[in-house]
Design a protein around this ligand. Structure first.
Ligand code: NDP
Length: 450
């Protein structure tokens, strides 16, 4: 990193004290940008990076609601509207007890570059709450969502800010949020939220998009080394939305996913996971992986509190796809994967690999795809949902999936070509950061100092 960039990063870290995940995301981007700033002095002259690191708007609000026992509960709501140079702010809402302003800022910052990489007209934002939907009744989740939207609605709009789901926010929550927005505004503004139900403005393939897209990206990346998913043995961490559809796409491409996880443990099915059973337990029953293992009997080995990546030392693994949460794959796990011959690690989640893990993997020659490129299929399909809403249209599954695949291949190739152009072939982190940055930076310069 040049001295100027180091000074700038120090300033960003100082101004955003106590937000380690945001620091981590910013540092990773700064690490990549030296060559592009050196080639294009106009970016420094227009203070593009300084402006990019300062969200356009940050909203923090109280969310009071009443639980089933009649007790008043208070949560904190966030929406960080980071950058709208390319389109309305776009990015999901996360409901999880660990959510802080720093979490939302890291996710929103990543989202700017991710959205730019899709080539679609969407800016970057993110939001959420420290509310924990786990163990809550539907009625409690509804009351929480209604209270959350009663404050947030004034900042949203199909041309302003368009949230979607993330951890803890799926179809049920989007339904309650949309219902309250519609009620307050007296407008059926479909384009204000994405991830809607298929019968009321949702897009086919949105549910599958992030997981499917990550595997399409991975497949394209593997092909650069003459490899594919056919016959590959794969680890997928998590067992939520992204994980489930990553598993499905790997299976469709001829691979075998032998393990997945949740925050309580790992299931290892040496001959491959039973996806229908997994979906029934996670999506319909909202159950745990321990329930899956109980139902599967001897075909499944459940390891309470286990580490999914350690399985690479026990059985052959070709590809690892972390799809749970940030910093879930550290240096030790990366060493286990690399020393046992894993060919590729593909981030389905946002920033699941620690900086040390990325260093270990890339030094060992393992193909590495950063989340901002590999998991962009979710937001890309959200933009396709907005497109369908705007034209009062609904596409077929096959058509929506073909658009998704085309976008993912495009993102892959843009990252790979940018890495080549900057003399770092195979460096998808550098390629993604520079390609995403350039698109946003050029738009910001065109629009003047705002
Ligand atoms: P879900 O809530 O559907 O699933 C999350 C999964 O990760 C669950 O299995 C959960 O287990 C596990 N998990 C969550 N937090 C932890 C933790 N602290 N430790 C261990 N496991 C954990 O979320 P999604 O699948 O939607 O999101 C997963 C990741 O993908 C996130 O990083 C998200 O930002 C990213 N992403 C999601 C997109 C989408 O379209 N949904 C788009 C792009 C990125 P448990 O049930 O035990 O909590």
């Amino acid at each position: 990193m040049t001295t100027d960039l180091t000074t700038l990063l120090d300033d960003v870290l100082r101004r955003n004290a106590g937000e380690p995940e945001f620091h981590q995301a910013a540092r990773e981007v700064f690490d990549s940008l030296g060559p592009v700033i050196a080639r294009n002095p106009r970016y420094a002259e227009a203070a593009v990076l300084e402006r990019l690191c300062e969200p356009e708007r940050q909203i923090i609000f109280r969310v009071p609601w009443t639980d089933d026992a009649g007790r008043v509960q208070i949560n904190r709501g966030f929406r960080v509207e980071f950058n709208s140079a390319l389109g309305p702010f776009k990015g999901g809402l996360r409901f999880h007890p660990t959510v802080t302003l720093g979490t939302v800022k890291f996710l929103g910052f990543e989202q700017i570059f991710k959205n730019a990489l899709t080539g679609l007209p969407i800016g970057g934002g993110k939001g959420g709450s420290d509310f924990d939907p786990k163990g809550k009744s539907d009625a409690e989740v509804m009351r929480f969502c209604q209270s959350f939207m009663t404050e947030l609605y004034r900042h949203l709009g199909e041309y302003t800010d368009v949230p979607a789901g993330d951890i803890g926010v799926g179809g049920r929550e989007i339904g309650y949020l949309f219902g309250q927005y519609k009620r307050i505004t007296n407008r059926y503004e479909s384009g204000v939220l994405t991830g809607k139900g298929i019968g009321w403005g949702g897009s086919l393939v949105r549910t599958e998009a992030t997981g499917f897209g990550a595997v399409v990206f991975a497949d394209r990346m593997l092909s650069t080394r003459g490899r594919s998913f056919d016959g590959a043995r794969v680890l997928v961490s998590g067992s939520g939305n992204v994980a489930i559809y990553a598993i499905q796409k790997v299976q469709q491409l001829g691979g075998t996913v032998v393990a997945c996880s949740d925050s309580s443990g790992v299931v290892y099915d040496r001959d491959g996971l039973d996806l229908d059973l997994l979906r029934e337990i996670k999506e319909q029953r909202r159950g745990r992986l321990s329930d899956y293992a109980d139902a599967r009997g001897t075909a499944s080995d459940y390891r309470a509190g286990g580490d999914i990546w350690a399985l690479a030392a026990e059985t052959t693994i070709d590809v690892a796809i972390p799809c749970a949460t940030q910093n879930e794959l550290g240096g030790d796990a990366a060493r286990t994967l690399a020393s046992n011959g894993v060919a590729a690690v593909v981030e389905g989640a946002n920033m699941p690999c620690t900086p040390e893990a990325v260093k270990v993997l890339t030094a060992a020659g393992v193909l590495f795809a950063p989340g901002k490129a590999a998991n962009a299929g979710g937001v890309a399909t959200s933009a396709l949902e907005m497109q369908q809403n705007a034209s009062r249209d609904a596409w077929s599954f096959d058509y929506a999936e073909s658009r998704l695949a085309e976008i993912m291949v495009g993102i892959h190739d843009r990252c790979a070509e940018t890495a080549d152009e900057y003399g770092a072939p195979g460096d998808y982190v550098l390629g993604a950061n520079i390609a995403g940055f350039t698109r946003v930076a050029d738009a910001m310069i065109a629009m003047g100092v705002i």
